[in-house]
Design a protein around this ligand. Structure first.
Ligand code: 5AD
Ligand code: SF4
Length: 468
């Protein structure tokens, strides 16, 4: 989404350190001198939303966001370390900006690489001044005060927190759909995953605080909200109300002005019949569930400590397929986990044919620091991982082509979020999370809901025309 949501922030400008208060030598950022920030985000939707909150914190201190690192006094990278490639990107970015500090700019590393590498980042990139993991973002205003006062090396690296990152101002990038984190961290300890180390233990927000924010969002004109969490359906209301996740979904959908509610990512272990029942009775809950399986082999699932067998997972899918509304199902799969045999991989391909997912996110296993699978025997070669990934993706591409072809002739409601350079061409998402590119003669459709009849289908998107 390239659109931006501009709010007037003049009234919020509030530098915390008066210019005369700075006693430390060295470079200092100063919002009162017209401080500017550039923020680049890598990784998942949780990171995208964290960046929106970080931007809110900075804007409320009087900083102005700029589009290029060259014109920023503060350059921030919100990083991802889920796979090695993502983590490497950060260091190559930092390499590009080694000259910035000399030019008086302050460089900061946020997010999962910050948490994972900690103060080592100062060793590898001595021109960095701020290192802050996502579990410490609540400290960000304090860390910024230290930077503004001229401190050269500032860190926030705790993970033993029971607090979540809530801010009075969030600068949202999309004017119609708002992200909202309801649970942070992860307690599941999958053998391959860094998240429990980088984002800390599960912490849920209180349901009344979530609902208050949804009401505010609806008043600001947002019609779609997406509830976020690494294991969103493991939500455990931290208030005495003790709302179940499914009750929270229904309560969010009841907020006047809200037309669509999404949630991601669900963990199969905590995916119960009550969530399916909520999806059945409340059409504002989008008919799409992202339910990562990771592997079709019970043996591999056990090695991954995923806490369910293939059959137990398939039962959850049967529950979704048995719902009164048709529900789109998408998943994540890792190929080449240590010890994955040809037979294990064949079971994963068999699962794709059995379930026929609407979309798939697939990854080659990437060994990550601190994780139990790092020391597991029988690593699969990179060549073999690539071979399996290609077969998996080709299998899924064919399934998606076939599934999407059955949708030709159907009419869907689309939230229009994009306008093509080609005249009269627009795009948006269905409730079942398919991208539809469509033609309409109308002059302004962004942010509106329209009915679109599907006239063609490819593996990754649909084409259609507006029905008036
Ligand atoms: N290697 C490859 N893929 C991984 N994922 C998480 N950790 C790893 C890893 N070490 C994938 C999982 C998860 C998605 C967000 O990223 O499929 O669901
Ligand atoms: Fe990682 Fe597993 Fe937690 Fe998902 S459930 S964030 S894969 S540890």
């Amino acid at each position: 989404m390239a659109e931006t949501f501009d709010i007037s922030l003049d009234s919020l400008a509030k530098p915390s350190v008066a210019p005369g208060d700075r006693t430390n030598t060295g470079t200092a950022v100063s919002p009162s001198d017209g401080g500017t920030f550039f923020l680049e985000t890598f990784g998942c939707q949780m990171n995208d939303h964290d960046s929106e909150k970080v931007a809110g914190v900075l804007l409320s201190r009087g900083y102005r966001q700029v589009e290029s690192p060259d014109s920023a006094s503060l350059v921030l990278y919100n990083t991802c370390s889920i796979r090695e490639k993502a983590a490497q990107k950060v260091f190559s970015r930092l390499g590009e900006y080694r000259t910035k500090q000399a030019a008086g700019q302050i460089i900061g590393v946020l997010g999962c690489v910050a948490q994972q590498e900690g103060e080592e980042i100062f060793e590898r990139a001595p021109w960095v001044s701020l290192v802050c993991g996502s579990a410490s973002y609540r400290k960000l205003p304090e860390l910024l005060s230290q930077l503004e006062a001229g401190n050269q090396r500032v860190t926030g690296l705790d993970t033993d927190t029971d607090e979540t990152f809530e801010t009075p101002v969030t600068r949202r990038d999309n004017p119609w759909r708002a992200y909202l984190t309801i649970i942070e961290g992860c307690d599941k300890a999958c053998a391959y995953c860094v998240v429990p180390y980088t984002r800390g233990p599960e912490r849920s927000r209180a349901s009344d605080s979530v609902l208050r924010e949804v009401r505010e969002l609806a008043n600001l004109g947002y019609s779609e909200v997406q509830l976020l969490g690494q294991t969103v359906n493991s939500y455990a209301d931290s208030s005495p109300r003790k709302m179940r996740f499914s009750d929270l979904l229904l309560a969010v959908a009841d907020v006047p002005g809200i037309r669509r509610v999404r949630f991601t990512t669900s963990h199969p272990r905590d995916f119960g019949a009550d969530i399916v029942a909520a999806l059945e009775i409340q059409p504002k809950l989008c008919n799409h569930v992202h339910l990562p399986v990771q592997s079709g082999s019970t043996r591999v699932l056990r090695a991954m400590t995923r806490t369910y067998t293939r059959d137990e997972y398939v039962e959850k899918i049967a529950m979704l397929r048995g719902a009164k509304r048709e529900i789109a199902i998408t998943t994540d799969i890792i190929v080449g986990f240590p010890g994955e045999t040809e037979d294990d991989f064949a079971e994963t391909l068999g699962l794709l044919e059995e379930i026929r997912y609407d979309a798939l996110f697939s990854f080659k296993y990437s060994p990550r620091p601190n994780t139990p699978s790092l020391s597991m025997p029988d690593a699969i070669s990179e060549i073999e991982k690539s071979r399996r990934l290609t077969i998996l993706q080709e299998t899924q591409r064919e399934i998606q082509s076939q599934r999407n072809a059955t949708l030709v002739g159907n009419t869907f409601e689309i939230l229009v979020s994009g306008k093509s350079r080609r005249e009269n061409q627009w795009s948006g998402h269905t409730a079942c999370h398919r991208v539809v590119n469509f033609a309409s003669q109308q002059r302004e459709l962004l942010g509106t809901y329209v009915q679109v009849r599907v006239t063609g289908a490819g593996p990754n998107s649909l084409v259609g025309e507006q029905v008036t």
